[in-house]
Structures are given as C-alpha cells and as structure tokens.
Design a binder for this molecule. Structure first.
Ligand SMILES: C[S@@+](CC[C@H](N)C(=O)[O-])C[C@H]1O[C@@H](n2cnc3c(N)ncnc32)[C@H](O)[C@@H]1O
Length: 281
C-alpha cells in the first residue's frame, strides 16, 4: 500500500533544511507513525532487500560478532544481523519513538535497543566487531564526525558497513525527459536537503579515515513500474499531497498523467543507486 509520507511536504511546511529523519521526535506523532510505516514498507521492497543482501556479503560478519546497527529505525536489520551471526546487536537510534517501536517488534533475537546519537555513542572504544549504518548519514549534520565515532567503537580488525543513497543518480525513462528533469530538480534540496550525493562520497570518506580493504558496491535499484517506485520515490507516490509540490501549476498533474501512460504501455522505468561501502578498521 502506498502511504502519504511526505518528507518533501514536511520540509516545505516547516521551512527547514533538515529532513524529518534528523529529528523524528520533533515531528507530530502521526507523522512519526507515518514515517515509521513508510520505513517498514521500504524494508519489504525487493530492491531494498537486494541492497541489504549485497551489503551483508560485502561486510562478511563472522559468527558470534557483537555488532552495532547505528540509526536502526524499526530494528528489522538489527534482528536480521543477530540471527545471521548469533551474536549480540546493539540497535541504536536517536528517536525515542523509533526505539519504542523497535522494542515492540522484538522477536527474541539477541538485540539490545538503545536511544542515542551516532555523533556521540555511549560505548567504549573498540567494543564492537562490526557496524552497520544504513540510510542515516544523509540526515546528520557532521557526517565525518559520525563516521569517526562509528570507527572509534569498532575494534582494530573489525568491519564497518555504510549504506546510503545517491539521490543525484535518480533517472527516469518512458516519460518526457524535460518534465522528469523538472520534477527531479524540484525534489533535490527538499527531500535530501544537503546530502543528496551521500552514497557515492562514502568510499572517499572511509579511505580518508585510513580504513583498510575499502570496498564500494553501487547497487542500482530498478523500478519497472510506477507502483514499484512509489514506495521509495516520493515523486511517484500519489499520496504525497499536491500542495507539497513546488513545481509550477499543472506540472504535477502532467507528470502523473505521463507516468500513468508509461505504466500502461509497460515502458516506465526509474533507477536509483544506493551504495554499500565497507572497510576494515
Ligand atoms: C531513513 S531512516 C533509516 C533507518 C534504518 N537504518 C533502515 O534502513 O531502515 C534514518 C534513521 O536514522 C535515525 N537517525 C537520524 N539521525 C540520527 C543520529 N544523529 N543518531 C542516531 N540515529 C539517527 C532516524 O531516527 C531514523 O530512524
């Protein structure tokens, strides 16, 4: 089901530069609930699941590893990691509401849910064997400071896995190119205000921190129908209110009409690259 999430809408209404993901507890409760539902829906999307599988292969966690899932959201990845390794996973998120939701979804696996900021993690240096940080860094203020903190808590020889979107890679086919450009330009600077290119910067950031064995896997997600894209791409989601579109009058209607036609013809296409970058401390 496509829900009416609207990072675009929220950013516009509040006239803020940060996405609501940077401060979920500061949002109205119903919006937090909507974003949580959207997060879970994304987690079930086959392309997001593919990103996670490829990231896990690149991370190569070993049996018994103690891991940190930094910015864990509803905790489904933390629980998957705990099942995968049989070790303890610390699921950390800055939102108390999200941590409460993650606790509600607990399945008995070895996961400890903790509220906290990745900018200052309440763990001793070298206390975990591996870190997973998925689609979080595009929302934080001091990205390199947060990465330094993730590295600090990882033991020498441990592994770090950073996953993030490169929103500047977003492209469409089957719809008029100039119209698609207008719609994409409208989204940038609102959905992902300052961090649109985060995914492709991760390799440079880990190399810059002196990590060894740095690997970067660009996973290009394919959305071959408007419905398959709507969960991940807000401009394909008819539930995002019309008044949150900042394009000129009529553009949204024209866009959805072309999208619908392309969907009916069967030649609609959207692609978006999400990066999984790993390194050894
Ligand atoms: C887009 S969600 C991704 C959640 C999860 N990693 C996933 O992939 O399903 C971003 C998450 O990062 C959390 N977050 C944002 N800034 C954070 C920070 N400074 N420290 C810890 N968590 C943060 C948000 O509360 C939210 O749960």
């Amino acid at each position: 089901m496509v829900r009416s999430i609207s990072c675009v809408n929220i950013c516009r209404m509040k006239q803020i530069e940060r996405t609501p993901w940077a401060d979920l507890d500061g949002q109205p409760r119903e919006l937090t609930a909507m974003l949580l539902a959207a997060l879970e829906e994304m987690g079930r999307h086959p392309e997001i699941r593919r990103v996670r599988r490829m990231a896990l292969e690149a991370l190569r966690p070993e049996q018994g590893w103690r891991m940190l899932d930094a910015g864990c959201g509803a905790g489904d990845v933390a629980r998957m990691l705990a099942r995968e390794t049989g070790g303890e996973v610390i699921a950390l998120d800055s939102s108390a509401a999200i941590i409460a939701a993650a606790v509600e979804r607990h399945d008995g696996s070895d996961v400890r849910y903790v509220a906290g900021d990745i900018a200052s993690i309440d763990l001793p240096a070298g206390s975990v064997d591996g870190v997973w940080c998925e689609r979080v860094l595009q929302h934080v203020d001091d990205v390199d400071g947060a990465i330094a903190e993730l590295i600090r808590v990882t033991r020498p020889g441990g592994r770090v896995c950073l996953i993030d979107t490169d929103w500047t890679s977003l492209a469409f086919d089957g719809v008029p190119p100039a119209l698609a450009r207008t719609v994409i330009d409208d989204m940038h600077g609102r959905l992902t205000p300052r961090r649109a290119d985060m995914g492709r910067t991760l390799r440079r950031r880990l190399v810059g921190k002196g990590l060894r064995d740095v690997g970067a896997v660009p996973v290009t997600c394919l959305f071959p129908s408007p419905a398959s894209a709507a969960v991940v791409l807000p401009m394909l989601n008819p539930g995002v209110p019309a008044d949150s579109w900042l394009t000129a009058p009529g553009v949204r209607e024209k866009w959805f009409s072309h999208v619908e036609e392309a969907g009916a013809r069967g030649d609609f296409l959207a692609v978006l690259t999400i990066w999984a970058v790993t390194g050894t401390v």
